[in-house]
Design a protein around this ligand. Sequence first.
Ligand SMILES: Nc1ncnc2c1ncn2[C@@H]1O[C@H](COP(=O)(O)OP(=O)(O)O)[C@@H](O)[C@H]1O
Ligand SMILES: Nc1ccn([C@@H]2O[C@H](COP(=O)(O)O)[C@@H](O)[C@H]2O)c(=O)n1
Ligand SMILES: [Mg+2]
Length: 464
Amino acid sequence: MGDKKILKLNSSGRSPWYHADGTVTKSYVIGVAGGSASGKTSVAERILKNLNVPWVVIVSMDSFYNVLSPEQSKLAHENNFNFDHPNAFDYNALYDSLYKLKHGKSVNIPIYDFSLHARSEKTTTIYGANVIIFEGIYGLYDKKIRDLMDLKLFVDTDADIRLARRLQRDIAERGRDLEGVLQQYTRFVKPAFDDHIQPTVKYADVIIPRGLENVVAIDLITKHVQRELTERKMHLRWDLANTPVEDEVPPDVLVLPETNQIKGMHTILRDKNTPRDEFVFYAERLSTIIVEAAFNLLPFEKTTVTTPVDAEYEGMVFRKQLCGVSILRAGGTMETGLRRVHSDAVIGKLLIQTDPSTGEPQLHYCKLPDNVKDHQVVLMDATIGTGAAGLMAIRVLLDHDVPEDQIIFTVFIATPVGLNVIAKAFPRVKIVTSMVDPVLSKETLYIEPGIGNFGDRYFGTEDD
Ligand SMILES: Nc1ncnc2c1ncn2[C@@H]1O[C@H](COP(=O)(O)OP(=O)(O)O)[C@@H](O)[C@H]1O
Ligand SMILES: Nc1ccn([C@@H]2O[C@H](COP(=O)(O)O)[C@@H](O)[C@H]2O)c(=O)n1
Ligand SMILES: [Mg+2]
């Protein structure tokens, strides 16, 4: 079994947008170059904040410094290694990572430790992105890397201010002393800037004089990127205040017919006074019906069997492998239903937690069978509210090479807004829900009338 643990994702989310013809809307890549301590990292962070769109990541060139030999490491600790020469970086690894990210694949980015002059043990896993902000002194140096960029920026800050800031920062944050910073600066940093970094300004689309202070330039850049994202239809937000509300259920979503039986089960499940054992019974009964409906969408083949009276019966058989993937915890409530319908199904699990204040999802745990791509996947959650957790779960499945049309997403309740978010991003994923609830509260992100916290009611953890 493939077992990945993602400790913390230090970005504001992720996912490129997949189309019905299998093509991907590539991530929007912004390159930020400039001298050391010109404000590249600060500008990248400010753009990320001001953009206010989901799934923006910053990739720093520092993560791609070449690994030093013991001799080079010794020189580095004596401030005698040239970290400012263009050859100090691994451009191939950098290109591979940016290319993968731009095309919706996940990457592990090393985290650099300036005190050790080495990559730390930790890496950050990034699952694709809408916007990638790539920053570093040689951000615009390599042609192949430049060609991945949609927007190229150069931060232009006076040399004396750069030196003053570098002194302060490197002493406070990078374990250096005054003498060492000055020695490194005069010997390597300044000449490299003049000879190699400053000349890359010619590749920039926009020069930002004074970096972070230049509020007007940052504002113009932010607006430009937002416009570009809107044109590429990558403007979906988790902040529902700015999300256009869509009342219509997308045409391809399968909503179970509202029979008395379904309505009766919903009545029991939605009633806050329903005791837990009854809740569990009806949740499992309803999940069985939902999974049965999902099964009808799976590919069956014709087959012939012989009956006990030696007659032939022309029937249908499901020959594919089935994997149920529950979005923990609430998706686990559908597992019994899945097993009742198909006892051979293997189960995968994703722990995705949504920040209640922003509605933004984070992937914390991922356990999927190694060959998940060869399975028909029934993705299970209790509800689709904003659609954020579902989007991330689908993104993770695609990243494990599960074709989009091999995924069926099953839930008890969905909102029109969440259904639209998912259907637009992943039009070939089939969605099955037993009911659609009209309201998703913009304040609390609760579904109304809703069922309450499905996981808590099912697992009996309401008082935890
Ligand atoms: N406009 C600014 N005013 C004051 N300090 C700044 C400004 N911009 C950046 N800094 C500080 O200067 C240092 C260098 O900025 P940073 O963004 O790390 O530059 P770079 O990534 O280009 O090396 C950091 O300590 C940062 O907090
Ligand atoms: N081990 C290292 C690696 C790099 N540097 C210096 O960092 C500068 C690049 O980072 P910025 O955030 O300042 O762009 C570069 O000028 C190197 O001199 C280092 O000191 N030690
Ligand atoms: Mg920096």
